[in-house]
Design a protein around this ligand. Structure first.
Ligand code: PGA
Length: 247
């Protein structure tokens, strides 16, 4: 059995007050299960969230990292800075980073490499656009993303999560249908088995308009090991509701 994860990606949302209310609600109703919960707030709230969550068994992650260790890179946050705050997860290659910040597969490989070398566990996002799916290019695109990103990177000393997020399903309210998710996750598992050693330990999550109503059916699919959740994770009740259903 692979580890199951329920991950919140808050993106550029939540005020300090929202963070406090969120932590208050989790403190009154969170109960650790066999699944792991990870919350990824904005950089500026990482340390605040860490303090607010206190000894709750919830892990905290960043939404991206710099591909550099340190130096003149205005506005960037390094893995060393995350390590200073005992933050040991980061999302890498989210489609919004690819789309709005022009991150390429090569940039994502650089980020993965520096994360792995500094013992930050990566949540690597992959996924095709609508046009790529319509042109039957999905598997080709995913293969290219995985091959380039993991080329000569040794992931054996870290926990590795892959999040399959079809770009057209993110924030759209349209989830990929169950067959599509099932087939694509199976393909991803096949691709990983040829590229990564110990690939059977890698958890493959689904992301894209997951909510408390659709999560159970998706989770019942073979090869789905949890979720990366944007919109629904901003509401602690919805997020907890999904987490509880993962048992
Ligand atoms: P969504 O976002 O749940 O709002 O679709 C998912 C993501 O971007 O990780």
């Amino acid at each position: 059995m692979k580890k199951k994860y329920c991950i919140a990606n808050w993106k550029m949302n939540q005020s300090v007050e929202d963070c406090e209310n969120y932590a208050f609600k989790l403190k009154s109703s969170f109960c650790k299960t066999s699944s792991e919960m990870i919350v990824c707030p904005s950089f500026i709230h990482l340390s605040k969230i860490k303090d607010l969550f206190g000894d709750l068994e919830i892990q905290i992650g960043a939404q991206t990292i710099s591909e550099h260790l340190n130096g003149a890179y205005t506005g960037e946050i390094s893995v060393e800075m995350l390590n200073d705050f005992n933050i040991n997860w980061t999302i890498v290659g989210h489609s919004e980073r690819r789309q709005f910040f022009n991150e390429t597969n090569q940039d994502i490989q650089n980020k993965l490499k520096i994360a792995v070398e500094n013992k930050i566990n990566p949540i690597v996002c992959i996924g095709e656009t609508l046009l790529e799916r319509q042109n039957s290019k999905t598997i080709e695109v995913l293969k290219e993303q995985i091959q380039t990103t993991f080329d000569s990177i040794n992931c054996s000393n870290i926990k590795l999560i892959i999040a399959y997020e079809p770009v057209w399903a993110i924030g759209s309210g349209v989830t990929a249908d169950l067959n599509t998710i099932s087939e694509t996750h199976e393909e991803i598992r096949n691709i990983l088995s040829k590229i990564i050693s110990n690939s059977e330990k890698v958890s493959i999550l689904y992301g894209g308009s997951v909510n408390p109503d659709n999560c159970e059916k998706i989770l019942n699919l073979k090869h789905v090991d949890g979720f990366l959740i944007g919109g629904a994770s901003l509401d602690p009740e919805k997020f907890l509701n999904i987490y509880r259903k993962m048992n």
